[in-house]
Design a protein around this ligand. Structure first.
Ligand SMILES: [Zn+2]
Length: 161
């Protein structure tokens, strides 16, 4: 299952809000559970909406699944990001920032910034939008997102401010 196989309506259903996007990131990035630095082991974590994070049930330490990804420090909702990635993957990156602005309802400036970030991922690996993910449970665009995380950590300058 890749992102392109999803109809827009399916994507909307699968990711109705930021919590579902973050949950998907969590499952994808920490398939074996979330490791707590303070407890020094994998512990149960619960979602903290206000901080876009998960908090350790034992000590309260926060883990941010968006750290090191293209979503890091972005005030744009994850839902909008997922929507934009879906758009770009479905069109093979041949969608304009103007179209992203129109489809997602963000400002042109925000659309352009998302466009640049997503485009960079696609440019660095043209197969990225086609690459399969383990299954519907890990969700669409998994490869793209983890790849983005990887590239971001390798080349932090690429994604700008
Ligand atoms: Zn802990």
């Amino acid at each position: 299952m890749t992102l392109k196989d999803f109809e827009f309506e399916d994507l909307e259903q699968r990711f109705p809000d930021d919590a579902s996007c973050l949950e998907w990131l969590r499952i994808h990035l920490y398939p074996n559970g979330v490791f707590c630095k303070l407890c020094q082991r994998i512990t149960k974590h619960h979602y903290t909406a206000s901080r876009r994070s998960y908090s350790c049930d034992h000590c309260g330490h926060h883990v941010h699944p968006t750290a090191g990804t293209i979503f890091h420090k972005s005030s744009t909702s994850l839902r909008t990001w997922f929507h934009a990635i879906h758009l770009m993957a479905c069109t093979g990156g041949e969608v304009s920032a103007k179209q992203i602005e129109r489809e997602t309802g963000v400002t042109y400036k925000t659309a352009w910034r998302m466009f640049k970030h997503i485009r960079t991922l696609f440019d660095e690996d043209p197969d990225i939008a086609r690459r399969g993910t383990p299954g519907p449970e890990t969700g669409p665009s998994g490869a793209s997102l983890s790849y983005g995380r990887y590239r971001y950590e390798q080349r932090p300058g690429v994604l700008g401010s």
